[in-house]
Design a protein around this ligand. Structure first.
Ligand code: NAP
Ligand code: FE
Length: 371
């Protein structure tokens, strides 16, 4: 038995957990640079709560609310520049995975006057500022990971940079903040969390501890799946999904993601498919592909979900993620080539060839031949 486990983020979970743990903010200094998307932090109520905590503790703060979905290198460069002139002691990230990931990049750029592209090189002269994270979606688990996924227009894909010091120092998970998500965002992000648990469980880098957390996440998703599909989520359901998201994040912090994420990035980059939906469309075929290599693990996933067959999982995804985008045969070849080069593809238990990546895409998506 041999494994490592590292997850240095202090997790506070529950209604009003930020206000109840105001001392955690004071620990990190007197000036905070708050990174958010354009609306989600405000409408979720999270920004109001955090502003109340900061003001009550005498922490000076500045808001940067310019982060859009799938943050680009240019967006985090603008945030980095604003942070450098404000000179904060800490970065507070509020939002879905997009603002959380952007905040990790800004935490580095706030103290290193380097280009955003240089984030991919690592080895920063000054260590990143401490990050405190408040998720408003239940999906990415970015509040407990060392990854920041940024859109690289030059390479026409999403790429992550990572490092142990961009794990948030603390995460505050309050499911009330996910109540304002649209039904689409709620489902897409929940499916992302499930995808983290499934991919992490199958990853070549999985360990006994990560497997235990992954199966628990899959089980909790299975219990919530009917409410999710019906679009009727109580606060208890939302807490359960935030728990799934948290566990999924802890899992991929150990195991990384696999070919599903690598293939999904092209669906997002070229067709604007939301990240979780992109993963969900591919999950069924991905399980079918891997079943030959890891049959017991695939059976355990289905059992934890409360399902019997991969076809039932595909039907669940169709129910959760209705609608279709059509792809060309040319795109299938290009997306498979991009995923073939992505580092996370190498974590897939049954190593897919480029042809097999194409087959997974063709079987998962409506594909039309080029005329
Ligand atoms: P997101 O891209 O952060 O947000 C999607 C949309 O939902 C935005 O329009 C956002 O509004 C809105 N929104 C978020 N929370 C809301 C709320 N409570 N109420 C109303 N609207 C809300 O979505 P996400 O799925 O959480 O994040 C996806 C990103 O995370 C992708 O870039 C993906 O690659 C990344 N990711 C990172 C990791 C990791 O480990 N770091 C893992 C998986 C995925 P605003 O624009 O106003 O914010
Ligand atoms: Fe993801």
């Amino acid at each position: 038995m041999q494994f490592n486990f590292f997850m240095p983020t202090k997790v506070y979970f529950g209604t009003n957990c930020a206000a109840q743990n105001a001392a955690e903010f004071v620990r990190w200094g007197k000036k905070a640079f708050v990174v958010t998307g354009r609306n989600s932090a405000r409408i979720s109520g999270a920004l109001g709560d955090i502003a109340g905590v900061l003001d009550s503790q005498g922490i000076l703060w500045e808001l940067f609310d310019q982060i859009e979905e799938n943050p680009t290198l240019a967006a985090v460069e603008a945030g980095g520049e604003a942070a450098r002139s404000f000179k904060p002691d800490m970065i507070i990230a509020i939002g879905g995975g997009s603002p959380l990931d952007a905040a990790k990049a800004i935490a580095v750029l706030a103290v290193n006057a380097i280009s955003a592209r240089a984030l991919y090189d690592g080895g920063f002269a000054a260590p990143p500022l401490p990050i405190l994270a408040i998720p408003t979606t239940a999906g990415t688990g970015s509040e407990v990971t060392q990854y920041s996924i940024l859109t690289d227009d030059e390479r026409q894909t999403k790429r992550s940079f990572s490092g142990p010091d961009i794990f948030p120092k603390a995460a505050f998970l309050d499911a009330r903040y996910t109540q304002s998500q649209s039904a689409h965002v709620a489902v897409n992000s929940a499916v992302d969390a499930l995808s983290h648990a499934i991919e992490g469980y199958l990853s070549k880098r999985s360990t006994l501890v990560s497997d235990c957390l992954a199966l628990e996440a899959i089980r909790a998703f299975g219990l919530a799946r009917h409410s999710l599909a019906a679009g009727r989520l109580s606060l208890a359901d939302r807490e359960a999904l935030l728990y799934v998201s948290l566990l999924g994040g802890v899992v991929i912090a150990q195991t990384a993601t696999t070919a599903v994420h690598a293939l999904g990035y092209s669906l997002t980059y070229f067709h604007n498919v939301p990240h979780g939906r992109a993963n969900g469309l591919l999950l069924g075929e991905y399980l079918a592909f891997n079943a030959a290599a890891v049959p017991d693990k695939v059976s355990n996933i289905l059992a934890a979900l409360g399902l019997e067959t991969i076809d039932e999982l595909k039907a669940l995804m169709t129910r959760l993620l209705p609608g279709e985008e059509t792809y060309t045969e040319q795109e299938v070849r290009e997306f498979a080539a991009i995923a073939g080069k992505a580092p996370n593809t190498a974590n897939t238990p049954r190593q897919p060839s480029i042809d097999e990546l194409q087959q997974i895409l063709r079987a998962s998506l409506p594909v039309k031949k080029l005329s």
